[in-house]
Design a protein around this ligand. Structure first.
Ligand code: PLP
Length: 372
């Protein structure tokens, strides 16, 4: 349930459609990347859609995110792409959550606190140029494989991450891929999964060695690179007018940052920066009743004001992210990237989930409305 007329619509059919396009584009297995509550789309429903669309597993950033999925009843394979504290490894084992080897030191600590890894699944992260996490030396990769096997773990996968897959020049990708390939051939271990590509690489720099790709943004319907694929954005964001007034040449909002040049009509919307609708939206245009309406004055924590071309009734819907106002445009206007816009949408915004053309759930975390 929710009681404020601002919500995000999540179209799982769009996610399924995007995954089917990506599957046609690439012969590889797809790992659905669901970190940050599936880029704001709701982790559980995205995970469910991804597995029903044939993904081989899902990936998250932390143990908390993995446990969130388990708590909601998701039982397929989950890989943690980031760091997990060595002392929390028993929880990963118990919950059947796969983990990434992020450094030699980390793996030493893991086997020190857990001598029997009880078939825990590992993917070895290779740092080929991001300089974030991962092993750089072939000796370290060899040693990781041995240590995992010696302690009854399973070295199921090996992976790396591209730093510049979304840039025009593929030079950095080529260098990183070359390094990755060298390491894979040197370690002569039959990994079940080898993966390097993210959305941008999947769409613009596909290699012939790896057999899986980690897909985030493109699955949500947004391409990080120029692409001919007919991806459908899965998230849209709506609010409704709560208050309308005629003003004279008056000021609007905090700091009197906007002054009407003539008599005009001001409407109030129940969305603000605490929802992830950033203050830098001041001066941008939203879509309402076939008109573009300007956000005037400062965006407040819970509300903002817009200038209307003519009187519209309270309750009129306003589109913030939609076909008319794509998140890519919003990101450009706000000098950021779609990833950031999507994942800062706060949990104060209920998510209405649509699947198989039906509304299947309304998730309002503030009221602890959880998935099954
Ligand atoms: C987030 C992430 C991805 C997915 O990236 P997209 O650009 O959204 O496809 C893939 N791999 C890793 C390691 C990530 O952190």
């Amino acid at each position: 349930m929710y009681y404020r007329d601002t919500y995000a619509k999540i179209d799982c059919d769009a996610i399924a459609h995007n995954l089917s396009l990506l599957k046609k584009q690439s012969s590889k297995a797809l790992i659905a990347v669901l970190k940050a509550n599936a880029y704001g789309h709701n982790d559980y429903w995205t995970a469910k859609t991804a597995m029903e669309s044939g993904c081989c597993m899902v990936a998250v950033s932390s143990l908390d995110e993995a446990l969130s999925l388990r708590k909601q009843g998701f039982y397929d394979q989950i890989l943690i792409l980031g760091h997990i504290r060595p002392q929390d490894i028993p929880i990963a084992i118990e919950q059947h959550v796969s983990v990434s080897v992020i450094s030699a030191e980390w793996l030493n600590q893991v086997v020190a606190c857990c001598s029997d890894l009880r078939k825990l699944i590992f993917h070895i992260k290779v740092d080929t140029g991001m300089n974030r996490i991962g092993l750089k030396k072939i000796e370290d990769v060899h040693r990781a494989i041995d240590l995992i096997l010696d302690h009854n773990g399973i070295p199921e996968g090996i992976f790396t991450h591209y730093a510049c897959a979304d840039s025009e020049s593929k030079e950095m990708c080529e260098q990183q891929f070359y390094t990755f390939k060298e390491i894979i051939s040197a370690c002569k271990y039959p990994f079940k999964w080898m993966h390097a590509e993210n959305s941008a690489a999947l769409l613009s720099y596909e290699d012939t060695l790896t057999n899986a790709a980690r897909c985030g943004l493109a699955m949500y319907g947004i391409s990080p690179v120029k692409s001919d694929l007919d991806l459908h954005p899965a998230l849209s964001l709506f609010t409704h007018i709560t208050c309308v007034k005629r003003i004279k040449k008056e000021y609007v909002g905090y700091g009197a940052a906007f002054q009407a040049k003539e008599d005009c009509i001001i409407a109030t919307l129940p969305i603000g920066y605490a929802d992830g609708f950033l203050r830098t939206n001041q001066g941008r245009f939203l879509y309402c009743s076939h008109e573009w309406i300007e956000v005037v004055g400062r965006v407040c924590m819970d509300q903002c004001m817009v200038k209307l071309p003519y009187m519209l009734p309270v309750g009129t819907p306003v589109e913030i992210i939609s076909k008319h106002c794509p998140v890519t445009q919003m990101a450009k206007d706000l000098n950021t990237i779609p990833y950031e816009i999507l994942c800062i949408l706060s949990d104060r915004i209920p998510r209405k989930i649509y699947y198989h053309q039906q509304e299947v759930a309304i998730i309002n975390n503030r009221l602890h409305d959880q998935n099954p």
